[in-house]
Design a protein around this ligand. Structure first.
Ligand code: ATP
Length: 262
């Protein structure tokens, strides 16, 4: 039996329960891969797939996302983009929802990193607490976003190139996973409604308030290209990164880029 019981989750979601249709699985390849397959078959927006174990959890650019049953919360939500709303900034808006939800649970030290990471402030820098992967699926009715979230309840074991953290480092007691998931879905409903109406501008100030590296020196890494250095000046109304370089202010659209502290 999966660790998430949809009936218990519905109780936690209270008035919002009708907006989500949650399917809990023991395991799958990746909750986003499973959800995208179901989207192609016509599964409605609001569908959530949560899995205890991901056999092939995915990050950006074909990278893998590590998780272990019991130590992670991995799920994906299908959400319909309103007509005409460009998806720019969507993964940043999702980051705001995650930060709000974790903060609401009492977590301290939560920060956001452009474009898609949730970090935890530690004595010697920042450690990655959660990742977000937004993928788009278009059909004849418009565009849907598959929003994948992997949150470490406890830091994963294994060698990773960056520092990693678990929610247990940000909270004295990690609440029951139903409470955590319901809190995140509740915050997502609120933030995605704002995004639908006003786009990323609706949550830009919130994003900046959680930003890990505002006005700090950073390096932007792109595969096969020299690193770009500059001062991180936050993001614009579309969620593009603003990097002050010796050549002026560069506007960087989310792409195959990785941001690091310089
Ligand atoms: P960055 O922008 O920092 O280069 P990314 O956004 O491209 O990272 P993601 O796609 O979010 O990376 O996540 C995949 C990467 O995250 C992996 O390459 C690995 O380094 C790291 N990672 C994998 N699993 C976990 C985990 N459970 N917790 C923290 N980090 C992880």
């Amino acid at each position: 039996m999966p660790l998430i019981d949809p009936v218990l989750l519905k109780e936690r979601l209270a008035a919002l329960a009708g907006r989500f249709d949650v399917d809990a699985l023991d395991s799958c390849d990746s909750t986003s891969s499973e959800l995208l397959r179901r989207a192609a078959q016509g599964t409605p927006p609001g569908t959530v797939i949560v899995a205890d174990t991901q056999l092939a959890g995915r990050g950006r650019r074909g990278r893998s996302w590590l998780s272990a049953a019991g130590d992670s919360l991995t799920f994906s939500l299908l959400w319909r983009l309103p007509p005409g709303r460009i998806p720019g900034g969507l993964s940043l808006a999702v980051g705001v929802a995650l930060a709000k939800a974790l903060n609401h649970l009492g977590a301290t030290g939560i920060r956001l990193k452009w474009p898609n990471d949730i970090l935890l402030a530690e004595a010697d820098g920042f450690a990655k607490l959660a990742g977000i992967l937004v993928e788009l699926a278009s059909d004849r009715r418009g565009t849907q976003a598959c929003i994948g979230i992997g949150l470490n309840l406890r830091a994963p074991a294994g060698e990773l190139p960056q520092q990693v953290a678990g929610l247990d480092q940000a909270l004295a007691i990690v609440p029951d996973r139903h409470v955590v998931l319901a809190g995140i879905l509740t915050a997502l409903a609120e933030v995605l409604d704002q995004f639908a109406t006003h786009g990323f501008t609706a949550v830009k100030a919130d994003w900046l308030s959680w930003h890990a590296w505002q006005d700090r020196p950073v390096q932007l890494l792109a595969d096969g290209e020299p690193a770009q250095s500059g001062i991180c000046r936050g993001v614009d109304d579309d969620g593009a990164l603003l990097l002050e370089t010796s050549a002026g202010l560069a506007r960087i659209l989310a792409g195959d880029l990785s941001l690091r502290a310089a």
